[in-house]
Every structure is written in structure tokens, then in C-alpha cells.
Design a protein around this ligand. Sequence first.
Ligand SMILES: [Zn+2]
Length: 80
Amino acid sequence: MNYQEAIKAIKSNYPLSNYSMLREALDLSIELLEKATPKKPNWIYDDEPLCPYCGEVLDGTEEHCDECDQRLDWGDTYVD
Ligand SMILES: [Zn+2]
């Protein structure tokens, strides 16, 4: 099971009511799993990649966003 499959499994078994502490824990788990899944940066300006999670400006070399710890997927983007 990979991170995205885990998120799917959590969402499809998410309690609809009550269990507020469990729901809080599941929300936290989903957030961490999302951040652990490498995501492509947003390129709103050509030379300024932004974190897809928090919008922080990235320098193009980091594996994780310094601000929110989102894991980044630079794909075939040029990385210095
Ligand atoms: Zn970020």
C-alpha cells in the first residue's frame, strides 16, 4: 500500500459522525501522508517555483519544503 492508497482507505472508512478524536487523528494522518507524497512545485512564474502545499517560494534544490515539510517532486525539471 502506498501513501495515496492509504489516504483513499482512510477516506473511504472515515466516520461520518461522533469519534471526534479519531477524526482529528485521521485528518492529521491524511495531512502527513499528503506531505510525504512527492508533489510537483507550482510554476506560476517561470523562474520561481512555489510549494504546492503552502505556497512558499522554493529555491529548486530542496527535497522538502522548508516551511511545511511537503515532499517535492522536481521530475525532469532542471535542478542545479
Ligand atoms: Zn510548503
